[in-house]
Design a protein around this ligand. Sequence first.
Ligand code: NOJ
Length: 543
Amino acid sequence: MTPYGMASQSQVKSQQLWWQSGIIYQIYPRSFQDSNADGIGDLQGVINRLDYLKWLGIQAVWLSPIYPSPMADYGYDISDYQGIHPIFGSMDDFDQLLEEVHRRGMKLILDLVPNHTSDQHPWFLESKSSRDNPKRDWYIWKDALPDGSEPNNWLAMFGGTAWEWDETTQQYYYHAFLKEQPDLNWRNPEVREAMMNVMHYWLKKGIDGFRVDVMWHMVKDAHFRNNPINPDYQPHQATVDQLLAVYSTDQPEVHDIVRQMREVLDAYEERMMIGEIYLPVHKLVTYYGENGSGAHLPFNFQLLNLPWNATQLAAAISQYEGALPEYGWPNWVLGNHDQPRITSRVGLQQARVAALLLLTLRGTPTIYYGDEIGMQDVPIPFSEVQDPQGLNMPDKNLSRDPARTPMQWNASTYAGFSSEKPWLRLSSTYRRLNVESEKDNPFSMLTLYKRLIDLRQKELSFTAGDYIPVYSDQQILAYKRTHENAPAFLIVLNLTHRPAYFKPEHDAFKGTIVLSTLPEEEGQEVDSYFALSGDQGIIIRLH
Ligand code: NOJ
């Protein structure tokens, strides 16, 4: 018997699934590692860096799209769902990658983009060839209104109307993103079947799961009603935010499709599905599906949007915990390829506190490549902007390029990312902020991440324990992680730059600081009342 109960930590751990106990790492393949000197990352490059990810303690790698694509939206416009873009390598390279990932006991998750294809996909070329083509109904075609205008007021995410006029067949087609990304018509059973076949193709190859792009977009209102005006729109926001996407997204019928996708996954062993969903928590949790028949992990993006304020975060965490159905496993995200990096949102010092938060909350954390070394948004001169979102709305500073710059491996020319000029410029600070320089520095972001990951993966209270809110005020957020079979931890985070006092009411405890953003303070014994430095976060093992 262990000191904490009947089951040992390792026994309980073995009952958890890999996507519950492990950490997911997102790779933006263009920017991770180039192996063939074209300035663009590729699959062989990823293979070369797998040992780093293993060392870091990552369980699963999620690759943003690697399929053939005209790259209008950098791979999110797919022209062949069952191939590999030559820029990234070949199918042999992919098979080798999968094997190498598995050989290291890790898992591979692919991006699935079912909402839309490229306008160069053979399905769309057929669909637009004539009104009576058998694939016409695979996309969303509508007549003009009597005055020739668009069928309704829906707007595209990347600016302007969401309807594109086709001269040949004299109808509009719908595209939620670029006009080069026509939306598929998921009400058509043939479309469903075709995409389920795509899933089978990759699952049979042995991949471990999918991250499903814009899951909440897949079905649109059957009547294509106008979206209402957003009363809170601010001019700095993207033009799409002028309307509330009430009828163009999150339709009840989407859950049937998610369930169908889940059934495909369930036909294989231990596969999983992440849903990309930007919705309020009460809507988000419906994507777990009735009795858990939906996504395993509907991405929880709250930490991307919430003000960096302790009471607001405390409330949001508890709201999420409270809204989760009993079968819903939580998850947390600090960054991705569509958002400013965490260092650029809250600053370098607070990004260390954010790392503590991400890796001590209950649920699966997803780390965006480079966040673990404290990469910052890189200012990209306008003449070098690549992202269509930035190019189409030039006055709004919405380009996603700054968070997509090449990974900083070392201090050599081009940061060890490539031997040639990268497709997007490197951070000017890469010579001091890189994997090599940080690896053996006890005060670096990388060391902090590595130690947090080690602690998290070792302790059952973190991977499988409860979340217990303890205290929050204008500066401090504190919570416990406990498990009946393991030691308990108290996490205290100062979300401001000023020193703060931690004095929880009605609580008394004693413990040892086992990890701190200020490593000098580790090993100290603390009890109920203590002071923290500005930007300090600590993990206390309770006695
Ligand atoms: C969400 C992806 O994360 C983003 O990068 C892409 O532009 C859109 N979906 C369209 O696929």
